[in-house]
Design a protein around this ligand. Structure first.
Ligand code: TYD
Ligand code: MG
Length: 454
């Protein structure tokens, strides 16, 4: 019988390769490719000629009422899940080590236990006594969450089958070890096998399963990426280590909107919800300074105002620096190119530093105009009026494109005491907010009007 082709997988990005190589062409990581042992080393389980059994089919219109969601009462957490925890759902929570995943999930499990769910928290990283100590510190020692410290998948599943809980938290998927898979814990094959079994259990028994996964590279979920497709919901917990803000972002959700965010603050006694993120992100703002611009953005279903800061300085280097935190660096290059080509404002010979305040990440194209405004303001050393918010997408021709949810952005700005907005022209749609909207057709007009240059 022909030998089944060997399969090699990159442990960093999950890309499949036919041959071993020192470097993964998909993500560029070195020494990350490992051979995967196929499940079961015998002949492939193909029963030639054997008939399968007929599966039961149901009509699309069968109206079994959707199972009720359970709200933890931790509003920001419920929001990211799309309005509470769905029974039988499989959720992956990824994030850097030490960012606060265990803290968040222990707090959420305690709240859900308070809401009547039977919750189990299985840790492969900490002993039960350590978790208990953390719970005491969080003031949760009275919560009805049962703890387990275990890494064997077989024992964990046996326990789950016996207990039939409503929610289980597995902290973390990298520590779980399946004895039928012949590779080290944390490897792609182990993680896939563990996730497959745990997700299968979730679907079979209607138990919600939350898997914790560590990320090892900036902005990229490393190992756990390979299980993203198996779960219903993928959440990333992000934030800067030095900042107290933490953002829980849903990047995939089968039961609610993706790209929703929940904002938390890490305090001495755990994570506290931040119900008005705009106020928090702007609270650190100093006196109006050149290079600082407030961007009225939309995160998921709600508007969030953030401060975009730029610093432009003469560069001693032949190839000036472009340093970006919280935004896409490709987008910065595009905006710099458009400013140079369409408005004749060169940034050659200048170092550019761009930052979103508070450890927030902005992915919207609507931030383009705010970025351009911050860059120009820093370059020209002219402050944008402090009562002004800016948003709009810049096209390569230098035209400004209207953005979604303009009214929501304006309303949020108004609520936070802003009196003016600089935005793309919206083609005759009436305004309902009290903000003065300075509508701009293109980038050249914007530069001329706001900075008196161009
Ligand atoms: P943790 O939840 O252990 O992170 P993860 O599970 O993502 O690896 O969080 C650890 C960090 O959180 C640690 O640096 C200390 C900080 N922390 C607080 O600031 N306050 C608290 O109440 C707790 C429990 C942790
Ligand atoms: Mg942890």
């Amino acid at each position: 019988m022909a030998k089944s082709p060997a399969s090699f997988t990159c442990t960093e990005c999950g890309a499949a390769h036919r041959k071993w190589a020192g470097r993964c062409d998909a993500c560029g990581a070195w020494n990350s490719i490992v051979e995967e042992t196929p499940l079961g080393s015998g002949p492939p389980a193909r029963r030639t000629g054997a008939k399968g059994r007929t599966i039961a089919l149901t009509a699309l219109s069968d109206d079994a009422p959707p199972p009720p969601r359970t709200c933890s009462g931790l509003g920001e957490f419920d929001r990211v899940l799309g309005g509470g925890l769905v029974p039988g759902s499989a959720i992956l929570v990824g994030g850097d080590p030490g960012i606060g995943k265990s803290t968040l999930l222990l707090q959420a499990a305690a709240r859900l236990a308070g809401a009547g769910l039977d919750c189990l928290y299985i840790s492969g990283e900490e002993a039960s006594a350590q978790i208990r100590m953390r719970a005491q510190r969080l003031g949760l020692d009275g919560a009805a969450v049962r703890l387990g410290a275990e890494t064997s998948l077989r024992d964990i599943l046996t326990t789950f089958e016996a207990e039939r809980p409503d929610l289980v938290v597995i902290d973390s998927i990298q520590t779980i070890w399946a004895d039928h898979v012949d590779s080290a814990p944390g490897s792609v094959a182990q993680m896939r096998a563990a996730a497959h079994e745990l997700v299968g259990f979730a679907k079979r028994r209607g138990t919600a399963v939350i898997l914790v996964g560590h990320v090892t590279k900036e902005g990229q979920i490393a190992g756990p990426r390979v299980v993203e497709h198996m779960v219903d919901c993928v959440l990333y917990f992000e934030g800067e280590r030095g900042h107290q803000f933490r953002i829980l972002r849903s990047v995939k959700n089968r039961f609610g909107p993706a790209d929703e965010i929940g904002v938390f603050e890490m305090t001495g006694s755990g994570l506290a919800e931040v119900t008005n993120p705009s106020a928090l992100f702007l609270s650190e703002r100093d006196a109006p300074a050149p290079g600082s611009v407030v961007f009225a953005g939309i995160e998921g279903t709600r508007p969030v105002l953030t401060e975009i800061q730029a610093l432009v300085a003469p560069s001693p280097l032949g190839m000036p620096r472009r340093t970006v935190v919280g935004l896409d660096s490709g987008r910065l290059s595009t905006i710099l190119a458009v400013l140079e080509a369409r408005c004749a404002i060169p940034f050659a010979g200048l170092d550019v530093f761009l930052n979103v305040a508070g450890g927030m990440r902005v992915n919207e194209p609507a931030a383009d105009l705010a970025v351009a405004a911050a860059l120009l303001s820093a370059r020209e050393d002219v402050a944008v009026p402090p009562d002004t918010v800016v948003f709009g997408e810049i096209s390569l021709s230098g035209a400004l494109r209207p953005v979604v949810q303009m009214e929501n952005r304006l309303k949020e700005a108004e609520k936070l005491g802003f009196s003016q907005a600089i935005a793309p022209a919206r083609g005759g749609a009436g305004a309902t907010s009290a903000l003065t909207v300075r509508e701009m057709e293109d980038l050249t007009g914007f530069v001329g009007e706001v900075f008196g240059a161009g």
